[in-house]
Structures are given as structure tokens and as C-alpha cells.
Design a protein around this ligand. Sequence first.
Ligand code: AMP
Length: 447
Amino acid sequence: MKTFEEMDLIAPLQRALKDEQYKTPTPIQAKTIPVAVSGRDVLGCAQTGTGKTAAFALPILNHLGQRNRKAVSQRPFVLVLAPTRELAIQISNSFSTYGKHLKLRQALVYGGVGQATQVRAMNRGAHILVATPGRLLDLMDQGHINLAQIEMVVLDEADRMLDMGFLPDVKRILSRLPRKRQTFFYSATMSPTIVDLAKRMLTQPVNVKIQSNSVSVDKIEQKVLFLRRDQKQESLRSIVTADDAGQVLVFTRTKRGADVVARKLDQSGVNTAAIHGNKSQNARQRALEAFRKYRVQVLVATDVAARGIDVDGITHVINFDIPMDPESYVHRIGRTGRAGASGIAISFCTEGERRELREIQKLLGSSVRLITDHSQAPTEQQHRSSTPHSKGRSTSRSTARRSSSRRSSTRSFAQASTSDGKPKNKRKQRKGRNARQRVKQASTSKR
Ligand code: AMP
């Protein structure tokens, strides 16, 4: 399956894909869309950035578009469950984009805001309901939503759903769904609890696994800068003001850290916003929109708040702090290099963070390059001798990945070590300049 045209999708969807200039399906799309269109359940192990939203949205829209039915008050045909409001909004935007030539209605239901508009949308009738679990149950309990007519259901980011404590809610929702339905189940990781939940929900599914590092290894240039804690802020400033920087997403470990980093950067003249769990839903949404529309160049986020952020054109992801676990690292850097684009991920590592870095290296092998272009950093030789790989200690997983990514690693290291902070690639320079220009224009017109 090479192109979307070869897929059995109705004309209004083909047109929308042309409008979006999608030419080649991503691996998860190529593997799941044909089987989903034929009616099979799908169990997908994939993270955001792989194109998984279209992988479930297109078969759903195809199904609804072929039937041409009126929406029924309070009784949607399709339910998409997402763990966070941000992800729910993004999914809903994707349905609008791919379904723009179809006459379908959707409703968006999430907590943290008044329910009146959501209730009105449900009363009017929606073919598709995109919802977070808590508010969905609230509205179901109040009699505003009935799931008896659901034909297709999506559980997106199931692992995050469980991390956030939604398992009991999800089970309650499942118990209200008709048995005869088509189910798409997506998770970035497959823990035993997730596998158990998937078994309950799915009937003879097609299993698709997209390697978690397939996004990062190929398209994202990963670097680690060794520095002292007190050097991080200044290093960040020089990265975001360099010529190749467009939209930059920065991750900190704590909410307070996110606020401090954002405030200092903003004070130094870079338009910056912060998003984390202590901010109200509205403040989070405003910050995200400002970032998406280039009104701010830098968004500083914590892991949970950034989950599901899908903004095209993020040129850099900066790990201001090394994440606690390797899976978060993969999630974080996956915010750049979205579906085919390239991106740069730079992690700041202090002496105290080397243990976490080693865990990441174990998972990803040598796709994480250790860069020494910082004045305080040890030489590459010095550092190599301190990495687990050089001592011949490595997992079989990392060994396999290392050999497969050796070529790209050599290439990227050569680029990085000659860079001295000055980008070599002219197109990247232009892209960065254009993006900053847009940020400036947007902030000028705001005033
Ligand atoms: P997702 O993994 O669903 O969050 O998608 C990541 C990004 O890839 C989104 O910005 C999509 O618009 C984009 N995208 C999805 N599928 C394709 C495709 N086949 N070609 C180009 N871009 C795509």
C-alpha cells in the first residue's frame, strides 16, 4: 500500500487528504487503515507523532460518510476517549480537518469548564463524540449522553489514561457500550494492565506496533549538552535565539521549574509561555494557542501538561531537565520531527542527572549523541569512557538498535561537532528566521 489513492476511502476524504498535502501514509496508517476500513478491531502500539490520529479518524469518517445519516440527539455513533482536554481538542480538530467535505457533526466533552455548551451540542445531536472520561460519565449520569448507539469506539493513549487514574472510569464507560461495535485501542506502551484492558475491549484485533524510537532515531537529531545547573538558563537562551530556532518546546521536571524558566526567558526578551498542571484549563489552552499561532516562540511545559501537544513546526525540543524515565524522553522529543519533518532535541545534563541519561541511552542506543560543544563539557573521548556502551555493558535491545542506527549517528555527530552553535543548513536557517519573523509580527499586531 503506497499511496492514499490506493486505499478504499471515499472521495470527500481523498479530497481532504489532498488539501492537507498528505501523499504517503505513515507506517501506522498503511498498516491499519485498510484493515480498519474492512471492519476489524485494531490494537496499536504507537505514540503521537506517528500519524495515529488519522489512522483511526479516516476509517471512522469513511464509515460515517458512507451512511449519510442524521445525527440523533444525545446518541452519538462514534466515541473517542482521550486522557486530556488538550488531546481531545487536537483529535477533534483532526476530525474537522479530514472530515471537512462531509456533513458530519461532532461534540467535544471535557472537564474544567462549564457543561452548558457541551449539553447543548449533545442535545442538537453529534455523529462523533470526543471526550475525556470524567466529564463524559458526569453527563451520562445526568442523562445528557447515551452510548447505546455507539458503533465505533477509540481509546487513545490508554497508558496515559491509566497513569492518570482513569481505569475505573474507563471500565464504567465500557460497560455502557454495545457489544457489537468496532474498537480501536492505542497505547504508547503495553504494560500487563494495558494488555488486560485491551483483551476485554477488543475482538480478534489486528496488532500493529510502531517502534517507539522509529520517530526519534531517523528524523530527530538528538544531542546532550553537559553543563552545570546554573548554566542551563543561559544555554537555553542562546539556543532559542540562534538562527536555526523556530518554535521551541522546553520541558522541565517540575511545575515551579516551568514557571521560573518561562519567566526568565520572557524577561530576556523571548516571547514565552508556560503550561503545567497548576494552570487552569483555560490558561493552558490559551498558552497552547499562542504557541500554535506563533504569538509566543517558546512553550515551557511539564510532561503531563504537554501530553498530546501536536504543533507542526516545532524545530527544537529542549529537555531543560533530563526526564525521569526513558519513555517520557521518547514522548518529549516526539513533539518535534512530526510526520516526516526533521527536528532537533537537546537535553541538558548535569552531573546529578547522568543516571537518568544512562537509562535513556540503554533504551535508545547510540541514537542519543553526546555533544561536547559546550565550554564546560567534557571531551567526547572523556564522556564515551563514562557511558555504559563503551564498557561493553549493554542490553540486547540497545545493541540491536545501535547497529541499525550507526550510520545516522555518525552523520549527526559530524554535523554537531562542526556546528559551534552555527547551523550549517541554509534551509533550516531560513525556516528559523521565518518562524521568528512570524512570532515578531504576531506580537507586534497584538500590541
Ligand atoms: P499524530 O501522530 O496523529 O498526532 O500526527 C502527527 C502529525 O502528523 C499531525 O500534525 C498530522 O497532521 C501529521 N500527519 C499525519 N499523517 C500524515 C501523513 N500521512 N502525511 C503527512 N503528515 C501527516
